[in-house]
Design a protein around this ligand. Structure first.
Ligand code: PHE
Length: 338
């Protein structure tokens, strides 16, 4: 009898049921009253007790196999409510795509313009000591110019602080490298200012430093004019106004002519049509001495500008705080502009 059962097991394993007709003939053959299974069970009852155990197990195996074969066929043929149905014609899930932050984009543009004329990037720490942020830049303790940059101190004695400008990178770079030097250093700076539409305690600057033999103020002017024309268009008018920075001598502030066409032009240029864009000057020989560069042999210039200010002008943004709120509705407006 065991052989017979094994033969049926084998048969069922090999049967392919591919339509309802085949399914019902399978059912008729194996699972009806007079079907194979019932017959076998009747035979089983006649068996001597000693054979019952093994044969019974085998018979059960056949029974389970026959029922499960039919069950899988029936399940496959009727629509299954639990099965996920994918409708490929539906629109896909909407994924929110971010956008490059306007400050990053403007910074990248500025860096690319200056890279074209031989500047390379130098980055440095944002937590500085007094020497690199102030003293080496010709601002010794108690120098009144320190008041121009309200400082966040992290530690006192020795003074550790959040850098107030990217000029600290000049010093670190000159300590490590000999001229010729042509670097730009973009980065975050910190000042203890009350937050308003026009001021923030965090903002971004780019510093430029150029040191070589025989560098003159006209080289500085040429680079800055090239830079501002590339950024604001070739017709932009610029002017250099004498100014003061402790680390440059002579120093200047650079303005561009913005025009006086609208009410907002009057407001942002204070009625003059001119806008201050950046600071610059020839490196003070004292600064070169502080980093052991021979001031008789080498000269150079530096310039620095605020990235927020430039971005606000380029895209007519009138509140500085928007840059730091990361509201996707604000940032997304720049997707097309870039
Ligand atoms: N570090 C100056 C500031 O933050 C800007 C500057 C840089 C001026 C380089 C001149 C030369 O105000």
């Amino acid at each position: 009898m065991k052989e017979k059962i094994n033969k049926y097991i084998n048969d069922i394993n090999n049967i392919v049921i591919s339509n309802p007709v085949e399914a019902s003939s399978f059912k008729n053959k194996y699972l009806t009253k007079k079907g194979v299974l019932n017959q076998l069970f009747s035979e089983f009852k006649q068996l001597p007790g000693a054979e019952k155990k093994e044969t019974g197990q085998l018979l059960n195996k056949l029974k389970i196999l026959a029922f499960s074969k039919l069950e899988t066929v029936e399940n496959n043929s009727k629509p299954n409510k639990n099965k996920e149905i994918i409708d490929v014609t539906l629109p896909s899930n909407y994924e929110e795509i971010g956008s490059v932050h306007p400050l990053s984009k403007v910074q990248e543009n500025i860096v690319n313009i200056l890279k074209k004329v031989g500047f390379s990037i130098s980055k440095e720490r944002e937590i500085e000591d007094d020497w690199h942020n102030f003293s080496a830049l010709n601002m010794p303790q108690n120098h009144p110019a320190r008041d121009m940059q309200d400082t966040f101190f992290i530690d006192l004695n020795p003074d550790i602080l959040l850098r107030t400008h990217t000029s600290s990178v000049q010093i670190r770079h000159m300590e490590k490298h000999k001229p010729p030097i042509r670097i730009i250093s973009p980065g975050r700076v910190y000042r203890k200012e009350d937050i308003s539409a026009r001021a923030h305690c965090i903002f971004h600057q780019i510093e430029g430093l150029y040191i070589d033999q025989n560098v003159s103020f006209s080289d500085l002017k040429a680079i800055i004019n090239y830079f501002l024309k590339s950024l604001f268009g070739k017709d932009v008018k610029t002017r250099f106004r004498p100014s003061f920075f402790p680390f440059t001598e002579p120093s200047a502030e650079v303005d561009i002519y913005w025009g006086l066409e609208s009410e907002s032009d009057y407001r942002i240029t204070k009625g003059t049509g001119w806008l201050e864009i950046m600071g610059c000057g020839m490196i003070d020989p004292n600064v070169l001495k502080n980093v052991n560069i021979d001031a008789d042999k080498f000269s150079g210039f530096a310039f620095g500008l605020g990235i927020e200010r430039i971005t606000m002008l380029l895209y007519q943004i009138d509140d500085l705080r928007l840059f730091f709120e990361n509201d996707i509705r604000f940032i997304k407006q720049f997707q097309k502009a870039f």
